[in-house]
Design a binder for this molecule. Structure first.
Ligand SMILES: Nc1ncnc2c1ncn2[C@@H]1O[C@H](COP(=O)(O)OP(=O)(O)OP(=O)(O)O)[C@@H](O)[C@H]1O
Ligand SMILES: [Mg+2]
Length: 337
């Protein structure tokens, strides 16, 4: 089966400018460093699959999501949508291309991402028109009505503007906009973090239903591991730009093999009375993402299992259990977290 999304060695770096100092600041200065936001990431999402992307703040999740939606260009590697490299289409043409229809992004804050001057109808119709996903006025209306029904937005709301909607309704408009062009993949960057807890649950249920009924695949970026466990078949854990562990959710949650994954899982809040796993706290702060040492593991300096090898040889991602990959010289033995 052709993956709906495939990343091959995807890398994105940002040049960090040198701070301006005195009159010399007027001249061209070499960058102060290179921030490797995403480094050689390989990922696949099959049609209809849900992949959860987790990791602490600044590890590169949003950059990866932006690269897939081509809001940011890659420095190296490839992104393939339904087997076709997105690089084959010039950046200026991508915005109206067939590839753009395959993948749609849902942003974190529905209030910020909706145009205040667009009514609900216009907001949902906009991508349909831009991407020519329907013919004529009647065709556009049909697509808007279909998408609104899919997300449970009643047509009475069509004339309203964003400031006349609740948070949950705005979130539905954001998702309807994405669904209106019948994508095969939704990229959701922390789609519920700006919402009230009660609304979060409703939106998550909606996403699960869209997956089931419309067969759309999900790339779900989240801080919330409980949500990822609930929603996603597979999980990819990132640390400072690199994927350190990936595999079926049940397997990774049940038996994490990377020390960082185990630390993340052991920090999940649990219900009172539920058994607590051994708390596996990592020492210190993450390394700086600027000019990382190419010969060391990114977790070196923070890892309780570190040896001398970890500072001179970067670990590769290797298959440790069926379909579970880990980037570690000293992976944990299989066992509950
Ligand atoms: N346009 C940019 N210019 C320079 N650095 C950037 C830029 N965008 C992101 N970065 C840096 O790249 C790294 C990854 O950022 P990114 O936003 O992808 O992280 P994230 O995992 O989404 O974090 P969070 O969980 O806080 O949203 C960070 O160190 C960030 O400061
Ligand atoms: Mg982010």
């Amino acid at each position: 089966m052709t993956p709906v999304l495939e990343l091959r060695g995807a890398s994105k770096r940002f040049l960090i400018p040198r701070p301006r100092q005195g009159p010399l600041g007027l001249f061209r200065r070499p960058p102060a460093g290179v921030l490797q936001a995403v480094e050689a990431v390989d990922l696949r999402i099959l049609p209809g699959e849900a992949l959860g992307l987790v990791g602490e703040s600044g590890c590169g999740k949003s950059t990866l999501a932006r690269v897939i939606s081509r809001l940011t260009e890659l420095d190296a590697g490839e992104v393939l949508l339904d087997g076709t490299p997105i690089g084959a289409v010039a950046p200026a043409r991508f915005a109206t291309s067939a590839g753009r229809r395959l993948v749609q992004m849902v942003f974190q804050d529905p209030t910020e991402s909706l145009n205040p001057r667009f009514s609900v109808f216009e907001a949902i119709a906009d991508p349909v028109r831009q991407l020519r996903a329907a013919k004529g006025t009647a065709g556009v209306r049909r697509q808007v009505e279909r998408a609104a029904a899919q997300v449970g937005l009643p047509p009475e709301l069509f004339p309203r503007f964003p400031h006349q909607l609740s948070g949950g309704q705005k979130a539905r408009v954001g998702i309807a906009r994405a669904m209106a062009v019948e994508p095969r993949l939704l990229v959701l960057d922390e789609p519920t973090s700006a919402l009230d807890v009660s609304v979060q649950a409703v939106v998550l249920q909606l996403l699960m239903r869209l997956r089931r009924e419309a067969g759309v695949a999900l790339l779900f970026v989240s801080h919330d591991l409980n949500v990822v466990r609930l929603l996603c078949d597979r999980i990819a854990v990132m640390y400072l730009g690199k994927v350190v562990e990936t595999g079926p959710s049940a397997q990774v949650f049940g038996a994490p093999r990377h020390p960082y994954t185990r630390a993340l899982i052991s920090a999940i809040p649990r219900l009172p009375g539920a058994p607590r796993p051994v708390r596996e706290k990592l020492e210190g702060e993450p390394r700086s993402p600027i000019d990382p040492d190419p010969s060391a593991c990114r977790l070196a300096g923070r890892c309780p299992f570190q040896t001398e090898r970890c500072t001179r040889e970067p670990p590769a991602l290797s298959e440790i259990a069926p379909d579970q990959f880990v980037r570690c010289h000293h992976p944990l033995t299989a066992g509950p977290p």
